[in-house]
Design a protein. Structure first.
Length: 401
């Protein structure tokens, strides 16, 4: 039978979970920002100015010069032992390197957590709003995702207690980003952290703590991680993307020893191991306390750009547009006046040369259409001023219409 004689109908039957997979709104918007002349407040991209290119150049020569065969070979699924030891040593509680699993970005950590903890129809709790990538990782497992009310200090403890459930419907975990949260930029206070950990322990509710931005504080370090307060009741995710380079796609999970074997098996099924060459590169760069010298330069750059955005917003925005002032990280959260819609505003803003992410994408349900996530770390100060002025002009146009 020739190819042209084959049946034209497809034999493929998609899994039920495939229908629940959705494209990333942010990734779709990033395609728009590739157009010439667009100032982007949309992407959660670290500034390329922070990438330690010289150090990686030297590290590449070192790794290939002294360990090329091992670096280019298959590797252990757990990760490169010296790197796991470095991760454990940097964390502010007692961590055995045997609890550290190196992942292909912290996004893979979310995927592995979803695979080992979520059954169809099991309940998962998230903040309001929450990280879009977490919703993408959890949703294909067919859970019941329940949003917990949140304010400027973090998760509402009373609302959390009312939504944990019991018996077969009891929540499997609460997913939370306490530091400079994506998308809102808010930081959970010390009092709220203490209350959350105590209430979660009382309820027997595990916590999945995601902390990609915790090192990016501007004036004062954030309070201790949730996991440091109850290591056996928490899984902790971290990343090298925001402090070294996202293109290497390396993160890590720290898990209770009882949970670790299943995470490891899920990792083996997913990709065998994260790139051994990249792991050795990062290990080489981190020698001699490099991060302690490098991260302050990132903080200084991002603080200056946050200040530039706050000043531009104050200068150009109408009085009834509101926003917060994050203490670190990469994002601030803005809210349009009553009756306006950020999704409808976006094409007007793009026409004027600026892009952002409508905030409704970050809600599990009942998204606030007036909210916007603005990233201040990629454009420089002059671009921030021009972009905010363009955004204000788009708001004025939409309001006039």
């Amino acid at each position: 039978m020739k190819p042209n004689d084959l049946p034209t109908t497809t034999p493929w039957t998609m899994a039920r979970r495939a229908a629940r997979m959705n494209p990333s709104v942010i990734r779709e918007i990033l395609k728009v920002t590739e157009k010439p002349g667009i100032i982007s407040f949309a992407g959660g991209l670290p500034s390329s100015k922070t990438f330690p290119v010289a150090e990686f150049t030297a590290a590449c020569a070192q790794v290939l010069g002294k360990d090329a065969q091992a670096a280019l070979q298959y590797a252990s699924s757990e990760g490169f032992a010296p790197l796991r030891e470095m991760v454990a040593a940097r964390l502010p509680w007692d961590v055995d390197p045997a609890q550290v699993l190196i992942t292909t970005g912290s996004q893979q950590g979310l995927d592995l957590v979803a695979k080992i903890l979520i059954d169809a129809d099991s309940r998962v709790l998230v903040e309001t709003p929450t990280y879009l990538g977490a919703l993408q990782a959890f949703t294909p497992m067919e859970p019941e995702i329940v949003s917990v009310a949140s304010d400027d200090e973090g998760v509402d403890i009373a609302d959390l207690a009312s939504k944990v459930g019991s018996g077969a419907s009891k929540a499997r975990f609460l997913y939370v980003l306490p530091n400079f949260q994506n998308p809102t930029g808010r930081t959970m206070t010390e009092a709220r952290r203490a209350a959350l950990v105590a209430k979660a322990a009382e309820l027997g509710l595990p916590l999945v703590e995601d902390n990609p931005y915790g090192d990016l504080w501007f004036d004062t370090p954030p309070p201790a991680p949730l996991t440091a307060r109850n290591p056996e009741g928490s899984i902790y995710l971290g990343s090298f993307s925001k402090v070294l380079a996202p293109g290497l796609r390396l993160g890590f999970v720290v898990a209770p020893k009882a949970m670790y074997p299943k995470l490891l098996q899920a990792k083996q099924a997913a990709d065998l191991h994260s790139p051994g060459f990249n792991q050795r590169m990062i290990t080489e760069v981190m020698q001699g306390g490099f991060l302690d010298r490098h991260i302050p330069t990132i903080r200084a750059l991002y603080k200056g750009q946050r200040d530039a955005m706050l000043a531009a917003l104050k200068k150009d925005m109408p009085a009834d547009v509101t926003w917060n002032s994050p203490d670190g990280g990469m994002f601030l959260w803005a809210r349009l006046p009553e009756g306006m819609n950020a999704q409808e505003l976006l094409p007007l803003a793009v026409d004027k040369g600026v892009a952002f992410v409508p905030g409704a994408a970050f809600y599990n349900d009942h998204g606030d259409p007036r909210t916007m996530r603005l990233s201040f770390v990629t454009p420089d100060g002059d671009e921030i001023r021009k972009g905010v002025a363009a955004l204000a002009a788009a708001i004025a146009e939409q309001r006039g219409a």
